[in-house]
Design a protein around this ligand. Structure first.
Ligand code: DX5
Ligand code: ZN
Length: 221
């Protein structure tokens, strides 16, 4: 049985008591914390920066933070997120003028690097940078908001990406973000995802453990 990783997206968490809410979701079984950074420029929403990440780590959150940058430009904020304690840093190729350079900056700062592909962004972007990727995040909604509907065409894209990575021999994780719910997660696991970002399907429940247990049961395959 493969151990899939669940990455609760705190975009749907209670921001009035973020540290406590994250602790709750980790106790309930979350493996990684997905940290959505939005700038009201690359995406039409505004969220959190490195100060908040640092506070959460100082508060005592010890699981890896997966920082999803939806900001433009990207490069100048990477050192601050790395210093604040990010484990993974991912960004959108459309937001960087020099994708290879941005990936190098992330690794130079001691983080794992990754590219995020929007629903209509081609898989071709990864062809010449596979050696610089630890993770690829496939967006299955348009970035900017939680609780949107999964775009079904992404299933085919995920299958294609799985094949490309397996054929390449590189050890790159596939993460999927947007509209992941109990009724589609099994299909996504079979199609080859390794990490599932889940926002509303966890945080919109009263009992996080019950929600996570039910999700895990779906992917006990
Ligand atoms: C959207 C974000 C997601 C979002 C997912 O731009 O990247 O991480 O929080 O939320 P759900 O799981 O509710 O679709
Ligand atoms: Zn995200």
């Amino acid at each position: 049985m493969k151990h899939y990783l669940l990455a609760p997206s705190i975009l749907s968490a209670n921001f009035a008591s973020l540290g406590e809410d994250i602790t709750k979701v980790i106790t309930a079984g979350g493996d990684i914390i997905h940290f959505d950074v939005m700038d009201n420029h690359y995406v039409p929403n505004l969220t959190m920066g490195p100060m908040i990440l640092k506070s959460l780590i100082n508060y005592g959150i010890r699981v890896p933070f997966d920082v999803h940058l939806m900001i433009k430009p990207v490069d100048n904020l990477i050192p601050a997120f790395a210093k604040a304690g990010a484990t993974y840093i991912t960004f959108h190729p459309e937001a960087s003028d020099h994708i290879d350079r941005t990936l190098q900056i992330i690794r130079e700062h001691g983080c794992k690097s990754g590219l995020v592909l929007n629903p209509t962004t081609s898989l071709d972007y990864i062809e010449y940078i596979m050696d610089k990727l630890d993770i690829i995040l496939l967006m299955s909604v348009n970035p900017g908001f939680g609780n949107q509907k999964f775009l079904p065409n992404i299933l085919n894209k995920l299958c294609k990406l799985r094949k490309i990575i397996d054929f390449s021999g590189y050890n790159i994780l596939i993460e999927i973000d947007g509209g992941v719910k109990i009724d589609n997660i099994r299909q996504l696991a079979i199609a080859g995802a390794d990490i599932f970002v889940i926002g509303s399907a966890i945080f919109n429940n009263r009992d996080y453990k019950q929600a996570i247990d039910a999700i895990r049961k779906e992917i006990s395959i």
